[in-house]
Design a protein around this ligand. Structure first.
Ligand code: GLU
Length: 519
């Protein structure tokens, strides 16, 4: 640990999703970057559930977030599902806390009560529009024409409050003030306060809005860095104002707004629709939409390994500044720095995700791969001894990107082909092939055991004896065994099928296919 690290205040980061549906894969990236920073500096990773918008609450979404993070290997130190010194970590359970800060802002003259109804606000917008005003917000240009504690007599305000009239609390945004924000990724961001409307801080149901709750919690939970998606950048100046008005400017966390995830083709933000259109997942785990009952297949269920996903996501916006592409979680922790996160949006290149998956899958032992295969075989009631499953996996390991392909590609070992690829029949089924294969299947019957090597020697001997080039008939042999032209190593296939089954399949092909006319 360097001196700078020691001097730095304790790193406390939070992932603060709203339980409004399945967690988007971009959310996993946000969580990951937070986690990497926390781990790098022996800091704390917090999970806070931002559920103040009850209208958007989706049952099951919180459990889904927890399960997704667990799958990805992103560990939470403090927060929902874990507890900690700042509990509760679910904002809906912190309602009274926000109330008191909203009140403080009102008392200090930084916020005000507003009693306007929806139709009244709508009428104000219409009026401003008719006047040709481009800014139709509830703010410095309109607030003095509205029904709020800035315009109504004090007594009247008190009466309304005492009568339990419905109201919201709005932030009193100053006119024409430069708000400055130093973002660790974007650099200095300056916004004129006139562009900001008088945001609602407290809703009429007594719940805070995202803005108030977010700032209050980041302060109370002693958050050192706010690392979140770029879509929150427009809200950041408002948050800066809140820190100032609440007297917390010196404790304000550092901001880092992550670049957008872009669709693989063309520009624009990656959406579920793009993912559906291009046939790849967008959610980490399977998600059944509770409203439509529609199933969206997750990365996990599509066969992506968490380590591949993490490696892939880390590179969506960040790079180590070297050629190295393969990083374990620990290596990412060691290499990660915020200053290597780019500003530009990152294209979601699914082929790259598959490349990582293939890489990590190949790193698994035959035994580990066999476990995937055996699980799938078991589901289909197919018996297979572990040694055979391991050997099959060994033969298939270079050919797969996803574990389920082991099952698909292993089918040739369990089911003999019933038909044959006509292209190969046309091109390769000739008198030479028939001659070699006829002899081969006869001699196979004499073999007690057969290995890939001994099968090759046997075939070579026969070919030499018949004065036929072995290379010329191998495709026909493969076709007899698999029905097609592709598959794992042919001699290994023979070994795995065994002498008897190999002979049986060749016999079937010889009987089924017409004996070609000798040329
Ligand atoms: N609740 C916000 C979301 O759902 C979090 C924004 C933030 O991290 O400040 O993305």
């Amino acid at each position: 640990m360097t001196l700078i690290h020691l001097l730095m205040k304790e790193v406390r980061v939070r992932f603060a999703p709203s339980p409004t549906g399945a967690l988007h894969i971009g959310g996993v990236r946000t969580a990951l970057y937070n986690y990497l920073l926390a781990r790098k500096f022996n800091g704390t990773m917090i999970l806070r559930i931002e559920d103040t918008d009850q209208t958007r609450y989706v049952p099951g979404a919180e459990e889904y977030i927890l399960a997704s993070l667990a799958w990805a290997g992103i560990q939470i130190d403090e927060g929902v599902g874990k507890g900690g010194p700042h509990a509760p970590y679910r904002q809906s359970e912190r309602k009274p806390i926000y109330r008191q800060y909203a009140q403080r802002l009102v008392d200090d003259g930084f916020a005000y009560y507003a009693f306007d109804t929806e139709p009244e606000i709508e009428a104000m917008r219409e009026r401003l529009k008719a006047q040709g005003d481009s800014n139709q917000q509830y703010g410095s240009g309109s607030r003095m024409q509205m029904k709020n504690s800035l315009t109504l007599p004090k007594e009247n305000v008190k009466q309304r409050l005492d009568n339990g009239e419905s109201y919201v609390i709005r932030l009193l945004v100053p006119v024409n003030q430069e708000i400055r924000l130093a973002d660790l990724i974007r650099g200095e961001v300056n916004v004129n306060s006139s562009q900001i409307d008088d945001k609602v801080l407290m809703k009429s149901d007594g719940m805070p809005t995202y803005h108030l709750a977010n700032v209050v919690d980041d302060y109370l939970m002693k958050i050192s860095h706010v690392i979140r998606g770029e879509e929150w950048l427009p809200s950041a100046p408002l948050h800066v104002l809140l820190y100032q008005y609440l007297g917390w400017a010196n404790e304000m966390p550092q901001f880092a707004h992550l670049p957008l995830l872009l669709k693989p083709d063309g520009n624009g933000k990656l959406s579920k629709r793009d993912a559906d259109r291009m046939g790849f997942p967008i959610f980490p785990l399977n998600w059944i939409d509770p409203a439509t009952k529609e199933l969206a297949t997750g990365f996990k269920e599509s066969g992506y390994l968490p380590e591949a996903m993490i490696n892939f996501l880390a590179f969506l916006g960040w790079n180590p500044g070297t050629e190295q592409e393969i990083f374990s979680m620990q290596q990412l922790i060691d290499a990660f720095t915020i200053d290597r996160i780019g500003k530009a949006g990152a294209k979601f290149d699914i082929q790259k995700a598959q490349w990582f998956n293939q890489y990590y899958l190949r790193g698994k032992s035959d035994r580990e791969l066999a476990e995937y295969l055996l699980a799938d075989l078991k589901e289909k009631n197919i018996q297979c001894p572990i040694q055979k499953a391991e050997k099959i996996c060994w033969a298939l390991r270079e050919r797969i990107t996803f574990p389920h392909q082991l099952f698909e590609q292993s089918q040739l070992f369990f089911n003999a082909p019933l038909s044959f690829d006509q292209q190969i029949v046309l091109k390769k089924w000739n008198a030479d092939a028939v001659a070699v294969l006829t002899t081969f299947k006869e001699e196979l019957k004499l073999q007690s055991s057969l290995s890939a090597e001994s099968a090759k020697v046997l075939l070579e001997t026969i070919a030499t004896r018949l004065n036929i080039k072995l290379g010329q008939i191998l495709q026909a042999l493969r076709m007899c065994l698999t029905g097609g032209a592709s598959g794992p190593d042919l001699m290994v296939t023979i070994e795995l099928l065994g002498a008897e089954e190999t002979a049986k399949r060749i016999t079937f092909a010889l009987a089924t296919l017409k004996i070609p006319v000798t040329h």
